[in-house]
Design a protein around this ligand. Structure first.
Ligand SMILES: [Zn+2]
Length: 1011
């Protein structure tokens, strides 16, 4: 019998396995007086990192990482449809747009419904979650605008929340410009220094009001939430298919029933977080990288947790979003602790300062910066010509640049194949924009003879590889009767006088300006290092060898009107003696007499060993001993007691070594009427040219560094130092995303008592525009051509890190060593970097003029386009000079046009002006500026002008009405000044220091220029 009764009882258990249906109550809302746990379902989708953006989207290359954003979005929509209480946030528009374009109309209307009901909410809303250290503010604005305007157009929604959950430290510009001025109500992230975080936990200061701008004071305040641990769920609550955390097993008839344990875990975890958080609202970020590929695994567990936690009654759990959470924090009507400055540098452990990526992949950083300026200029030209729909334009470059701002793109922290993908996208975008620029310049220059707006016939060539001395258009020899026209475009609103340099093949020619006047020129023999770089990299990039070898750089001075161009002509010299001046060449070897260069106010002197030793300005009478040197750090291999290696993210040196000059340093000096150059082979893999232009008062240093030798199996990071005797008291200043300068003090943080573990890495800061030091008499400024890391590790000295080549992975996920190589055929060698930086010493209080106005000129170099012509008939058929603005007008030197872009409709234009100075920076230029739009848009009639928020997805006045104003514990309510609203009859825009104003302007007609 026994066997039978056993059998029966087994059957009875089995029969109850047809368990009953439980309807989970997921309708919880905020309950005042209880701890409210806001469950925020989210996915963090890197726009390229271990896989390319497209591989992540479609879910290919899964052997690297099992991730498909397509799956995420598909399954989230279904999961949301099955319970209207469920919510989800989505961030990266680059992915969302890829998905959206593939959906049926039926699916689109379903998704629109989810968005309009608030079940699906876009936050952050840019194309990517941009980095905050190595990005330029203009790029941050552009990529955010692209995403925000899409969301507005397609869904009529305006993102309310900044969600920078993964970037490696946080900038002041992100807080005030890309959050407050965008109209965000709050900003959330988690990566701050581990010491800072612990301190904030102790003080309940993880949530704070951040005042990112000195200039705008309390009007720049934004509520900022720092997650206590990471952007993942609390430990024990990860629910992707393969996650190991216990799910809620609530079927009493099945084994492992665990409802009470899981509820206890939930309550305990919530209470711990509540203990370090102000108010009774806490947020759980329910998701992480590429999660929700099978969304139900998450939602099923959250449904149950909300249901059973409610029954339990100790805390309250609800489906929420950062917007709901923010509103709850606001409703609490608290005063929050005040944070000023920024959150750099970021360290997650004692020896893990994330300051290496400030310099990682300097080639991508340089490429992004130069295309950023090209994008700005090409949109201007598209506007001036009128938008055309011919398959090329700026959209593709806009997309590529937007994606490149991602926190694993321009940062240099992606795998090599992904870096190649970004570069490919940029190259495709550039190629399309280049065609547009060529056509626009042809169209504008032919506009005098081309009244009927025929398709222009002039063909222009441009030279993206001028930095490696490659420009076929300028190198081609001029045969009899032919000449070359060089059109020089200036995208800045003020007139510029600069020296341009192009490679040429012979010396027998003359250069004339727009009026046919012969102008002074100088020829500088091209050095072997430049030629070597040129032939190797042209072969590597273009898969062909240059057909000829240029002999000289041809330098001459150009004068270019604002938002316009001038034309210069190179033609064969008619008789001997009329050609260019060839620079006087002096070669020195070993012990030499003192050398002095500089034909104008600035003189640089070199000592007997060929080392720079003095800076003297004849006009300002600044005379400073100054030395420039190179050194290198050796990268820690992570094989010691602390396994932290030096890598793509992290700067962890284990030694610093001067790069000594070889006993007999070869030094070549070229002197001429326009500029002097000092060429030095610092060692077999560092070559540098120091230039002093007669008419300029700064020194320009061009370097070629690499291949960094690693045969000793030690990774290295190459730095340069400018050393003075200035007494700088541990203090230096670095810019935030190319905008505000922030005071840095060595080994010191204003927010907590810092324990110094990494004296170099822990004092490195990102530099996008420049860095300066000052003492009682003078200030030394250095400006850069791309994002780099830098510091002042010794009083009186500034250091920049220019290149890094490392052999170990630093265990932050990328899984590769930062060891970049360039290959020709199958032979690869370490990457060589060509770049520039500029330095100048001014009397105290006079440096800002150069940093700001010249800084803008570095960002926006003159754009050169070349065309060949027969005879000298160009003037008859072309305008030789052009300016889009009234000839009697120049923009003031404290204002830049940072956006001038035709929108979908030809008569509608997105327009941004930026004041370039902070309050108190300069006695003449830190003042309210005025821009006369009638003069600027010469002969175009403005019919309406609307002032917008920074990302141009809402009117500024509406944004100001809506945006939450937070109370801080600081009672100082200084708001800083701003320009007054634009009177549409006067059309004058006022800009207060550091102000950026965004407008949408409608013009009456579009036919002023050919379109
Ligand atoms: Zn990320």
């Amino acid at each position: 019998m026994a066997p039978l009764s056993l059998l029966l009882s087994v059957l009875s258990v089995l029969s109850t396995i047809a368990a009953e249906y439980v309807e989970y109550d997921t309708s919880s809302h905020i309950i005042p007086g209880m701890i409210n746990v806001h469950l925020v379902p989210h996915t963090h989708d890197d726009v390229g990192w271990l896989k390319t953006v497209d591989q992540y989207y479609v879910g290919s290359n899964n052997s690297i990482q099992g991730a498909s954003v397509q799956n995420v979005l598909d399954s989230v929509v279904q999961a949301l449809l099955s319970d209207k209480n469920r919510k989800f946030i989505y961030v990266e528009q680059a992915f969302f747009q890829r998905w959206w374009n593939q959906q049926s109309d039926a699916m689109k209307s379903i998704v629109k419904e989810l968005i309009s009901s608030g079940q699906l909410e876009f936050i952050n809303g840019g194309m990517c979650m941009h980095d905050e250290a190595t990005t330029h503010y203009i790029d941050m604005i552009d990529q955010t605008t692209l995403g925000h305007r899409f969301i507005k157009k397609e869904f009529n929604k305006i993102p309310r929340i900044g969600w920078q959950i993964d970037p490696f430290g946080h900038s002041a510009v992100q807080a005030y410009l890309l959050s407050t001025e965008v109209g965000f109500d709050a900003l959330y992230f988690f990566r701050i220094d581990y010491q800072d975080k612990q301190n904030r936990k102790n003080l309940k200061n993880l949530e704070t009001v951040w005042r990112g701008s000195k200039t705008f004071g309390s009007s720049s305040d934004i509520f900022t939430g720092i997650f206590p641990n990471s952007y993942e769920p609390p430990t024990g609550f990860h629910f992707e298919v393969n996650d190991k955390d216990p799910i809620v097993q609530d079927d009493i008839d099945l084994f492992d029933y665990n409802v009470q344990e899981r509820v206890n875990d939930f309550v305990e975890t919530a209470m711990a977080q509540a203990n370090i958080t102000r108010t009774n609202h806490i947020m759980w970020t329910m998701g992480t990288d590429f999660m929700y590929q099978y969304a139900n695994t998450w939602f099923r567990q959250m449904d149950k947790l909300i249901h059973y936690v409610k029954k339990d009654g100790r805390v309250n759990a609800l489906y929420s979003t950062p917007s709901i959470y923010t509103d709850a924090k606001y409703a609490a009507n608290e005063s929050w602790p005040l944070k000023t400055g920024d959150f750099f540098p970021y360290a997650d452990q004692t020896n893990a300062y994330w300051t290496g990526y400030f310099t990682s992949r300097p080639s991508i950083k340089g490429y992004v910066r130069s295309l950023s300026a090209y994008y700005l200029a090409s949109r201007q030209l598209e506007f001036l010509m009128g938008r055309i729909h011919s398959g090329f334009g700026t959209d593709s470059l806009a997309d590529a640049l937007a994606i490149a701002q991602h926190h694993d793109a321009v940062t240099g922290t992606e795998k090599q194949h992904v870096a190649n993908d970004y570069a490919k996208r940029l190259a495709i975008g550039y190629a399309k924009a280049e065609k547009l620029v060529g056509l626009a310049l042809a169209s504008l220059s032919e506009s005098s003879s081309n009244k009927n707006c025929q398709k222009p016939t002039t063909k222009f060539e441009q030279c993206l590889l001028l930095n490696i001395t490659y420009c076929p258009a300028s190198e081609v020899s001029i045969s009899d009767g032919k000449s070359k026209a060089i059109l020089v475009y200036n995208s800045i609103g003020w007139k510029r006088e600069e020296i341009i340099r192009i490679p040429v093949s012979s010396e027998h020619f003359v250069v004339t300006d727009s009026d046919g006047r012969k102008i002074e020129t100088q020829l500088l023999p091209i050095d072997d290092t430049s030629l070597g770089l040129r032939s190797y990299y042209v072969q590597a990039y273009l898969k062909k060898s240059p057909t000829s070898t240029p002999k000289f750089w041809l330098a001459f001075s150009v004068s270019v009107p604002p938002l316009g161009f001038s034309t210069y002509f190179i033609s064969a010299a008619e008789k001997k003696g009329t050609e260019s001046t060839i620079s006087k060449l002096h070669k020195y070897h070993g012990n030499i007499d003192n050398i002095e260069i500089g034909q104008g106010n600035l003189k640089l002197s070199y000592n007997g060993a060929g080392i720079l030793n003095q800076y003297f300005n004849n006009r300002s009478l600044v005379k400073e001993p100054v030395e420039q040197s190179y050194s290198y750090y050796t990268g820690d291999d992570g094989l010691g007691r602390d396994p932290q290696a030096d890598g793509a993210y992290i700067f962890r040196p284990n030694g610093s070594f001067p790069i000594s000059y070889p006993g007999q340093m070869a030094i070549e000096v070229m002197k001429g009427p326009i500029l002097d150059e000092v060429h030095q082979s610092i060692n077999p893999w560092i070559y540098q040219i120091t230039r002093v232009y007669k008419e300029k008062e700064y020194a320009e240093i061009e370097f070629v560094i690499g291949p960094i030798p690693v045969a000793d199996e030690i990774g290295k990071e190459i730095t340069t130092q400018i050393t003075t005797t200035m007494v700088t008291n541990k203090t230096f200043y670095t810019d935030s995303n190319g905008r505000d300068f922030i005071k840095r003090i060595r080994d010191y943080r204003s927010d907590w008592n810092m324990e110094v573990n990494q004296p170099a890495a822990g004092n490195y800061y990102p530099i996008n525009l420049g860095v300066y030091i000052e003492d009682e008499r003078t200030e030394l400024s250095i400006l850069v051509d791309r994002s780099v890391g830098g510091s002042s590790l010794i009083d009186g000295q500034i250091e920049l890190m220019l290149h890094r080549r490392l052999l170990f992975d630093d265990s932050r996920g990328v899984g590769e060593a930062l060891n970049e190589t360039v290959c020709v055929d199958d032979e690869c060698s370490g990457l060589r970097i060509q770049g520039k930086f500029y330095f100048r010493i001014d009397p105290l209080g006079e440096g800002a003029k150069w940093r700001r106005s010249f800084g803008q000129e570095i960002y926006s170099p003159l754009l050169l386009a070349f065309s060949e012509q027969d005879g000298n008939s160009w003037e008859k058929t072309h305008l030789t000079t052009f300016s889009a603005i009234n000839p009697s007008y120049n923009l003031p030197k404290n204002v830049a046009i940072i956006t001038l872009q035709t929108l979908e409709k030809n008569s509608s234009v997105l327009f941004r002006l930026a004041h370039l100075y902070e309050v108190g920076e300069d006695k003449d230029l830190s003042v309210m500026a005025q821009v006369h739009l009638r003069m600027l848009f010469n002969d175009k009639n403005i019919s309406t002008i609307r002032e917008m928020n920074l990302s141009a997805n809402q009117e500024r006045s509406a944004m100001e009405k809506k945006r939450l104003v937070w109370k801080s514990e600081d009672s100082n309510a200084e708001k800083g000044s701003r320009g007054s609203p634009v009177d549409s009859s006067k059309l004058i825009v006022e800009l207060a220091p550091m102000e950026i104003r965004t407008f949408i302007i409608e013009f009456d007609d579009t036919a002023i220029y050919c379109s």
